[in-house]
Design a binder for this molecule. Structure first.
Ligand SMILES: [Zn+2]
Ligand SMILES: [Zn+2]
Length: 387
């Protein structure tokens, strides 16, 4: 079956919404106007319940089916933009310097609104669909905030699905995979407090530069000697700040960097080893070591069964040969990961065609993808909530 006729009919209207949102990007949790736009549309569609202010500025609309009582599934879009200046030159380009929809969340929001309109018109399912619009995907963890606000319990959501556009993948194609699909993205800072002194009298100092160098070297063994070579891990030291003169050994050195993994257990292992290696080397040389390790987004792990459901909904509207079930995982992060920790579900990518890449100043969401995205959401809801 190709895209749904009604979804094709909705394309021009949803494109207008998308371009409107594109001109007015908002950042992180400060998506008040976008959230108000979403709320007004959901009211217009006559959805059964609308809750705003979830996770500060998130919005959820509940649409009940006409085929009787049943389970509730969640469909999620993100609403926030990025702190960068657009160079697309499109007539609907951002009107605010320093803010732009460079990740296509305007398209995600518009497509889910299109699906909400369709589902509220037809209601050809049992149970209910919760359409979830979250703030602060690009840092801030808005998805996590909505989960912590009790969204899953409040709407009795049993499964949850997310979708992201992918530049370079042809329009009309979809891709996903079972298991890890996006990485965890953590940051660490290692502060080495030694004893400064004259560079010509190193024996009277505890040199934090020498200790820091050994720590940098030893951290390389996390990837080469600690983690299974078949698992993915990145440990990159990206800052090494110390010293200010040729003849002074400084008191302190500060290292910082990032850790990316695709498996929660590898993430735990990397965090533990960074602390152990740094503290042991510090104590071997008599320096004081402080390691701070910040966990940002967890690994986005697609659940087996739900990934199957997502892929079969995609195949149903796009055709089997337009859907990949073994997309390579990416080392970027996604805060839909928190929703997948709370409920089973799956994250899928939808082709954005030959456009500039995500987070590029020339990027623009491809409106040709709209009917495909709407059809996917509708088909997934109707398949999962079939009578
Ligand atoms: Zn992004
Ligand atoms: Zn994004």
């Amino acid at each position: 079956m190709p895209i749904l006729n009604r979804a094709a009919e909705l394309q021009s209207e949803v494109t207008e919404w998308r371009r409107h949102l594109h001109t007015k990007p908002e950042l992180l949790f400060a998506v008040e106007n976008t959230a108000a736009f979403v709320e007004n549309k959901l009211k217009e569609f006559g959805v059964d319940e609308i809750v705003t202010g979830l996770g500060r500025t998130g919005v959820v609309g509940l649409i009940k089916g006409n085929l009787g009582e049943g389970r509730t599934i969640g469909l999620r879009a993100d609403m926030d933009a990025l702190p960068m200046t657009e160079t697309s030159g499109k007539p609907w380009a951002s009107t605010t310097a320093g803010k732009m929809h460079a990740c296509g969340h305007d398209g995600h929001t518009a497509m889910l609104l299109g699906a909400a309109k369709y589902l509220a018109e037809t209601r050809n399912f049992k149970g209910a669909v919760a359409v979830i619009f979250q703030p602060a995907e690009e840092g801030g963890g808005g998805g996590n905030e909505m989960v912590k606000d009790g969204m899953m319990e409040r709407f009795a959501i049993e499964e949850v699905y997310g979708m992201h556009n992918m530049p370079g993948m042809p329009v009309g194609q979809f891709g996903s995979r079972i298991g890890p699909i996006m990485a965890s993205t953590d940051e660490f800072t290692i502060t080495i407090d030694g004893r400064g002194g004259h560079a010509a009298q190193p024996h009277k100092t505890i040199d934090p530069i020498v200790i820091g160098s050994q720590i940098v070297n030893a951290l390389q063994t996390i990837a080469s000697r600690t983690v299974d070579p078949l698992a993915s891990v990145v440990v990159s030291v990206t800052k090494f700040n110390a010293g200010f003169a040729h003849n002074i050994i400084p008191e302190q050195a500060v290292l910082a960097g990032t850790v990316r993994t695709l498996m929660p257990e590898v993430r735990d292992l990397a965090e533990g080893r960074i602390k152990q290696i740094s503290e042991s080397l510090g104590s071997a040389y008599g320096a004081k070591i402080k390691v701070s390790y910040g966990r940002n987004y967890p690994v986005t792990v697609n659940h087996r069964q739900e990934t199957g459901h997502a892929l079969s909904a995609a195949a149903n509207i796009a055709g089997e040969n337009q859907v990949s079930d073994d997309l390579d995982p990416m080392m970027g992060g996604e805060d839909f990961s928190y929703m997948l920790l709370a409920r089973p579900g799956a994250f899928i990518f939808i082709g954005n065609g030959d456009t500039a890449g995500l987070h590029n100043p020339a990027y623009d969401f491809n409106d040709e993808a709209i009917p495909h995205g709407i059809s996917y959401w509708v088909k997934l809801a109707e398949m999962r909530l079939a009578a």
